[in-house]
Design a protein around this ligand. Structure first.
Ligand code: AMP
Ligand code: ZN
Length: 119
């Protein structure tokens, strides 16, 4: 499951489809959401193709931990205000009933002054 044909987020991670990059390392890629709900709204994805949280197992614990540790670091850099008056929201939609549209695991990280468009 390192790469999936016709997966838009695999193509973004590979640089084949352009994005507004926020962060890149050997395992993770982060970029601004094209349709932001909040003043700050970016996505964190693993470079490896994992369809959703439904496919996650114990072998992914370290990878998911890295994603969760990266989220507050990038939120701060991207301009989310400090906790507790500021903060941010982390969302992971899973499956159609969970509201997932792109089937490559991603964390939404949203923040900034309210009101937001959604969320
Ligand atoms: P989800 O509904 O959780 O699967 O969210 C998918 C998110 O990907 C949505 O918020 C979209 O706006 C975003 N998205 C889709 N295509 C792109 C793209 N090419 N660049 C950046 N964000 C995208
Ligand atoms: Zn993918």
């Amino acid at each position: 499951m390192s790469h999936s044909e016709n997966c838009i987020f695999c193509k973004i991670a590979a640089g084949v489809i352009p994005s507004r990059k926020v962060h890149e390392d050997d395992e993770l890629f982060a970029f601004h959401d094209i349709n932001p709900w909040a003043p700050v709204h970016f996505l964190i994805i693993p470079k490896a193709h994992i369809p959703s949280m439904a496919q996650v197992g114990p072998e992914h614990a370290a990878l998911l931990g890295r994603m969760m540790v990266l989220a507050p670091q990038l939120a701060k850099v991207q301009g989310c205000n400090p906790y507790p008056a500021g903060g941010f929201r982390i969302v992971t939609n899973t499956g159609s009933e969970g509201g997932q549209e792109v089937h490559h695991l991603h964390l939404h990280v949203m923040g900034g002054p309210r009101p937001w468009l959604r969320g």
